[in-house]
Design a protein around this ligand. Structure first.
Ligand code: SF4
Length: 346
């Protein structure tokens, strides 16, 4: 890693010398929650990776394990009740799960950063936004107050906050939802992380602001070549920005594919159901499709394929045999016994 040094000897910029291999790899991750009612199997052998400059969209309903996987990557899982019980999370080849608490703290923000759905509760209401952005530089890089203020203005400009210098002393409640999300993005990218995890970053925003935030994330990613993990339940949001998708259900990845392939011919009934649930203006008058039924109970997952109670392709074998992740094509996997039938059913 190469650093550039600021006026007070603080580290203001960094450049990584990249080793070969994926930037971030989640490998056979298992996470459990120990509750009074029993053990909830929240993440059951999740494997995915993201490279520099690549966008991976992780999709699925609430409770599918997508956010718990992200929290495990960040090292912010509530323990107890949550426990990582197996697998590895490698960043630039080093397993984060084998690092000390201090090492992981150093990685957070510097190398991997995260933005959350609700900017208002993620930001501190009693400090100005300029102070909160500047703190990233004071705390992590030892910047002086003057340097931190200058960097905060630069970042607020970069994420499109008008009159950044004037608004530096304003508090989170004085900004609109979209502007607060921009402030959180500014904090997340402050230290030039290699990977940015965006957990439902647009869910709380109206549609036009959603598009602006997605455009901003894509632009920032192009500029800095970050790996971006976009967590969402909305396939419509990711169609234009993602390179590949990982669809999660019941704590497992059920389909992984390049975005165009998954959208044009899904290889898992759940992905197909999610795609059919996107409202389409050209189908005015048609009933909106929904994936019937409820997400599985993680305390007591269904036998066999955990999607079988909701699956219209189900056959007897699905109730007893859990499908492995079949290699459907290069860079494409599906956890369905009948993936060929699903792909060909147009
Ligand atoms: Fe449906 Fe069976 Fe495929 Fe599961 S394995 S998704 S139940 S067809």
């Amino acid at each position: 890693m190469v650093y550039s040094i600021g006026e007070s000897g603080s580290v203001l910029e960094k450049t990584f010398i990249l080793p070969d291999g994926p930037l971030l790899e989640v490998d056979d991750l298992h996470v459990e929650f120990h509750t009074r009612d029993g053990v909830a199997h929240a993440v059951n052998g999740v494997t995915y990776s993201v490279d520099a400059g690549e966008t991976l969209a992780v999709l699925g309903e609430s409770g599918s394990g997508k956010s718990v996987t992200a929290q495990s990557i960040m090292g912010i899982l509530d323990t107890p009740p949550g426990f990582v019980t197996g697998g590895a999370i490698r960043f630039r080849g080093e397993d984060l799960l084998k690092m000390s608490k201090k090492q992981r703290q150093a990685i957070r923000g510097e190398s991997i950063a995260m933005i959350f759905q609700d900017a208002l509760s993620a930001l501190n209401p009693v400090f100005s936004v300029g102070w909160q952005i500047g703190e990233m530089f004071r705390k992590h890089r030892g910047a002086s107050r003057r340097e931190a203020k200058k960097k905060a203005i630069e970042l607020m400009d970069r994420v499109g906050i008008p009159a950044a210098r004037k608004r530096l002393g304003d508090y989170p409640h004085q900004f609109s939802g979209g502007m607060r999300q921009r402030i959180m993005i500014a904090m997340a990218i402050a230290l030039d992380p290699g990977v940015l995890i965006a957990d439902e970053p647009t869910t709380a925003l109206d549609v036009t602001v959603q598009a602006q935030i997605m455009d901003l994330l894509a632009e920032l990613q192009r500029e800095s070549n970050m790996g971006l993990i976009l967590i969402t339940h909305d396939l419509g949001v990711v169609a234009d920005v993602a390179d590949k998708i990982a669809v999660m259900y019941g704590g497992r990845i059920v389909e992984e594919a390049e975005v165009y392939e998954a959208y044009s011919a899904p290889a898992h009934p759940y992905t197909k159901g999610l795609l059919e649930s996107i409202p389409r203006v050209d189908l005015k008058g048609h009933e909106l499709h929904v994936v019937k039924g409820s997400p599985p109970n993680l305390l007591n997952l269904p036998s066999g394929c955990s999607f079988h109670p909701r699956c219209r392709y189900r056959q007897d074998r699905c109730v007893t045999e859990s499908p492995p992740l079949h290699q459907v094509a290069d860079d494409r996997r599906s956890a369905c016994h009948y993936w060929e039938e699903v792909i060909n059913d147009r």
